[in-house]
Ligand binder design. Structure first.
Ligand code: XMP
Length: 523
């Protein structure tokens, strides 16, 4: 989950290290802090002391966990935290762990406490400037029965006499509730109080600071060597390219492959933005014909993916070889991908997002990896993109699958059918954009071309043409998704325009299926 020490860099003014005991909310702790411009980083609870301290934390947060502290195999408090002179904040399991480790008593309460509760707080630095009756979100089974020596109660509910506690002289605090979730209205303020007023962090993790730090780190890593990067048209690779260009200029060469499977205007925009406006060294490869030839007659979704993945790697490889000696390959891996590949002891093993465009390169094309966005969340990547003057249309682009329109063109992928799909998709995006429904209101929205022909009537004539399905979803993490409740007027405009403007389509349907059981994409 973490870089080897030699590659680790610490944010200059320090931040908060979060030990992840496997709570589903751990990422939220990091996000809430970073949203308030405080750098934070997540570590496994058994990460070596040297690794955690190399990130120069000013304080430590212990997350929640599905475990109970008494359970066999329950992850424990690392020994170094007993004597470390940094402030600590335990959240839920983190609180029980502190109580348990410092000589208090935790019991498996007969009754789970779940949902909203009101905590009567005791004024202290953690609760600075907050109301004395705090509405919070509880989700726990165990509770503290006896405080450890030297600790005092800092909050109580009718159900839990110790809903918060602290050893103020040692700057150690703990809360039974979850300040990181939005159901705790003052939760972000509590995390900020801990970071700023207890730990002494400065809220200066700004896009400018992130860029400065990244540029320095990239220069140190890359030196005078060359780097290549596969530009996909998506926000992550675009921001990675812009950052690398700022850091190492012409040592960077980007390879952009037009697979013929991109959305309307995408290839032109990538070339315009990076080659013409930013004067980047960009190799633009026109490979539409090769990709479509390889896909001819193929209708099975997994086969489409396999063919595109393989073809992409081979094309990339051929272009990379033409560049001669290149030491580094840059990738737009972002922090959630990194966290997901590690995970705490309580989290089920999850699979990391596959970067199909780089895996599978032959061994004689061995590169060292550069991952400029490795510590950033998506919203930070977007802020940096804006700070680096990338156009909004790139920075706010919705996610797009690696295999591109091929998995939205059900049935055979032909030039003609792709043109039909692309035109319909552009209308969907244009109308949603016009209605301000593209930035957050829908996490992903697109058109799907179905190989289903139905009868229609146009003018005086009968038509027998294909169908477009419109898909628009709302989701936080793409693991589950709701179909977006788009206004009828917007759906009406989309449908009207598609049947009028797109040749070969006479029917439009709206996909009203959640994930699960459906997936976001149709293939
Ligand atoms: P599903 O269809 O699995 O999609 O519900 C979840 C998210 O993943 C994207 N997706 C992909 N991204 N390569 C990618 O890089 C792929 O093969 C791929 N398949 C789906 C999808 O667009 C959605 O955002």
């Amino acid at each position: 989950m973490s870089l080897p020490m030699s590659k680790r860099r610490a944010f200059h003014s320090g931040g908060i290290a979060i030990l992840d005991y496997g709570s589903q909310y751990t990422q939220l702790i990091a996000r809430r802090l970073r949203e308030q411009r405080i750098y934070s980083e997540i570590f496994a609870p058994n990460a070596p002391e040297s690794e955690v301290l190399a990130s120069a934390p000013r304080g430590i947060i212990l997350s929640g966990s599905p475990y109970s502290v008494y359970e066999a195999g329950a992850p424990q408090l690392p020994a170094y935290l007993r004597t470390l002179e940094l402030p600590i904040l335990g959240i839920c399991y983190g609180m029980q762990l502190l109580a348990h480790s410092f000589g208090g008593a935790v019991s498996g309460a007969a009754q789970r406490e779940y949902g909203a509760a009101t905590v009567a707080i005791v004024p202290c630095p953690l609760f600075r400037d907050l109301p004395e009756q705090l509405v919070v979100w509880m989700s726990h089974a165990d509770r503290i029965e006896k405080l450890p020596e030297g600790w005092q109660a800092l909050g109580s509910t009718p159900n839990a006499p110790y809903a918060a506690m602290g050893d103020l002289s040692k700057r150690r605090y703990a809360v039974q509730f979850h300040p990181e979730v939005t159901h705790t209205p003052h939760g972000a303020a509590i995390l900020r109080n801990f970071a700023v007023h207890v730990c002494g962090c400065t809220p200066d993790w700004t896009p400018k600071a992130i860029i400065e730090e990244s540029v320095a780190a990239l220069r140190a890593q890359i030196g005078a060597e060359r780097v290549i990067l596969g530009l996909s048209g998506g926000v992550d690779s675009a921001v990675a390219a812009a950052l690398l260009q700022r850091a190492v200029g012409d040592q960077l060469t980007c390879i952009f492959i037009n697979t013929g499977l991109l959305r309307q205007g995408e290839p032109e925009q990538v070339i315009q933005t990076f080659q013409r406006e930013r004067h980047m060294r960009l190799v633009a490869v026109e490979a539409t014909e090769e990709f479509l030839a390889a896909l001819a007659g193929v209708t099975e979704p997994e086969q489409k993916r396999a063919i595109i993945g393989e073809k992409f790697i081979r094309t990339f490889e051929a272009e990379a070889r033409k560049l001669g000696q290149v030491r580094f390959l840059a990738q737009g891996t972002i922090y959630p991908d990194v966290i997901e590949s590690g995970g705490g002891p309580g989290s089920a093993a999850r699979t990391i997002k596959k970067h199909h465009n780089v895996g599978g390169l032959p061994p004689d094309l061995a590169f060292e990896l550069v991952e400029p966005l490795r510590y950033l969340f998506k919203d930070e990547v977007r802020q940096i993109g804006t700070e680096l003057s990338l156009p909004d249309s790139l920075v706010w682009r919705q996610p797009f699958p690696g295999p591109g329109l091929a998995v939205r063109c059900l049935g055979e992928v032909t030039f003609e059918r792709l043109a039909r799909l692309r035109a319909a998709d552009a209308i969907v995006l244009e109308e949603l954009g016009r209605a301000n429904l593209l930035r957050g209101e829908t996490a992903q929205a697109f058109a799907v071309l179905l190989p289903v022909r139905s009868v229609g009537v146009m003018g005086d004539g009968r038509t027998y043409q294909e169908t477009i399905a419109v898909r628009a979803v709302q989701t936080e993490d793409f693991m589950t998704a709701q179909w977006a409740r788009l206004p009828y007027e917007v759906l009406a405009r989309i449908s009207e325009r598609i049947v009028n403007e797109v040749q070969g389509v006479n029917r439009v349907v709206y996909d009203i299926t959640t994930k699960p059981p459906a997936t976001v994409e149709w293939e």
